[in-house]
Design a protein around this ligand. Structure first.
Ligand code: COA
Length: 174
């Protein structure tokens, strides 16, 4: 199993097919998916855990990764870096979702910081973007804790309201 980073309490590692069942608690939970376009089916998650390792890692080296709690050795969510149409060369967007029993412990801050460090140090990124619904206060706080700077609003074709764009350049980490 390829480990990307270790923090005090968490491990960030490549996604494997066996992560599907624990990740149902992420993608199939209405609270976790509140700021997304609804919950996913278990079948969708089964496909996702196969598709990400087959596309992200070979193409970019990095990608979305499984977050594992060290104490329990169990997958509790995902966090990672991925390229979108907003990303110039050397840039990636950060994304994260954790199952609700693991909220409020500082885990998102801890693992998102490790993902950014890996993006800059291991994968040579020059800038990391964070795109967030401004009503998603928890996620906004995570981006701010990373030292990200608010850049402005982004309105995609299919949005009904703008997201907020945050950025962090290499060397700016707190
Ligand atoms: C957003 C999410 C990852 C935060 O995870 P978490 O582990 O609970 O976050 P942390 O404990 O690291 O908290 C980070 C900060 O956010 C604050 N915070 C967390 N949830 C919050 C909420 N619902 N409302 C307000 N502040 C919140 C914490 O108090 C902390 O603030 P601080 O830095 O001032 O101490 C988690 O709630 C989640 O998975 N949400 C659903 C998926 C999602 O929205 N992903 C982001 C899409 S852009």
């Amino acid at each position: 199993m390829t480990v990307v980073a270790r923090t005090e309490r968490l491990i960030l590692r490549h996604i494997i097919a066996a992560d599907a069942a624990p990740l149902y608690a992420v993608f199939c939970d209405a609270d976790v998916m509140r700021f997304s376009k609804g919950v996913k089916t278990e079948e969708w998650v089964d496909n996702w855990v196969r598709e990400i390792p087959a596309t992200h890692y070979p193409e970019w080296g990095f990608g979305l990764w499984t977050v594992e709690e060290k104490a329990a050795r169990s997958a509790i969510g995902y966090c990672g870096l991925f390229r979108t149409e907003l990303c110039a060369a050397g840039e990636a967007e950060i994304g994260y979702r954790l199952a609700t029993p693991f909220w409020g412990k500082g885990y998102a801050r801890e693992i998102a910081a490790a993902a950014c460090d890996a993006g800059f140090a291991q994968f040579g990124l020059s800038r990391i973007l964070g795109l967030v619904d401004p009503q998603n206060r928890g996620s906004v706080r995570v981006l701010e804790a990373l030292g990200m700077r608010y850049e402005g609003e982004i309105m995609k074709d299919w949005y009904d309201h703008p997201d907020h764009l945050y950025t962090l350049a290499r060397g700016e980490t707190p």
